[in-house]
Design a protein around this ligand. Sequence first.
Ligand SMILES: C[S@@+](CC[C@H](N)C(=O)[O-])C[C@H]1O[C@@H](n2cnc3c(N)ncnc32)[C@H](O)[C@@H]1O
Length: 262
Amino acid sequence: MNVNAAPEMVTRPGRAVLSKQVQELGEWFHNIDLFGVPTAPQHFLGDFPNIKWKHIANSIPANLSGATVLDVGCNGGFYSIEMKKRGASRVLGIDVDDRYLNQARFAAATLGHDIEFQKCSVYNVDQIPGQFDFVFFMGVFYHLRYPLYALDKVITKVRHQLVFQTMLRGDESLHTSKDDYHFWDTKVFSEPGFPCMYFIEKKYAGDQTNWWIPNRSAAEAMLRSAGLKIVANPEFETWICEPQFAKTNGHYIHDAELEGTL
Ligand SMILES: C[S@@+](CC[C@H](N)C(=O)[O-])C[C@H]1O[C@@H](n2cnc3c(N)ncnc32)[C@H](O)[C@@H]1O
């Protein structure tokens, strides 16, 4: 190699080429700014997920150098890219949808970020070796038929913090559960904010994968019940949590439940 040679000029495709490449990757859910080319300018929620991220961003360290990040249900890679921009040493985004994975790979490569994207279901996260300092589990929970099973698995991957988001519906008040209820205490289920999950038999918002939508109390109760401590709620439906009692006698809740020893 001639070390005196001028550094290779990185040529970026022009706007028209970039726009065409973006379109060829199908409809995007994440609006990512690729050098002035927005990937989902017509998103029904606006500039998504920037509109969410601007409330969450300050709750996560600005300098992530040396940190590892797992982004479960990474979609077009918005959160993976944001974590890489903060200097994370390793970012792994997983999703089940090839279209989204291809979009994520394209967005990261276009912006010059070295991020791994793998096809992997949340139900198989335990097959990914090791733990990650930060795990994003955003916008996936309510798309699952087995949401708590997935949450209990995701927690086994969290070394430091879980960033969790779910759609919420129903009463928004926070209900404080008693330690126990009498068998005939049936009125409690009608109390405002009593933790509940709405089951969607057909579709919600035209999407047949919206299965279980919790109210606010249920979302927080499930996070606590999974052994997490809620350390921040920077945005209405997003929580930052740390593992607290996720393991008992060396066993994760997930393992104990499946063994029938919980
Ligand atoms: C509503 S999007 C949320 C995307 C992103 N995490 C966010 O918050 O903006 C749901 C994502 O979860 C992915 N997904 C659905 N089921 C999944 C599963 N079993 N394992 C991993 N990802 C899944 C979808 O393909 C989609 O990319």
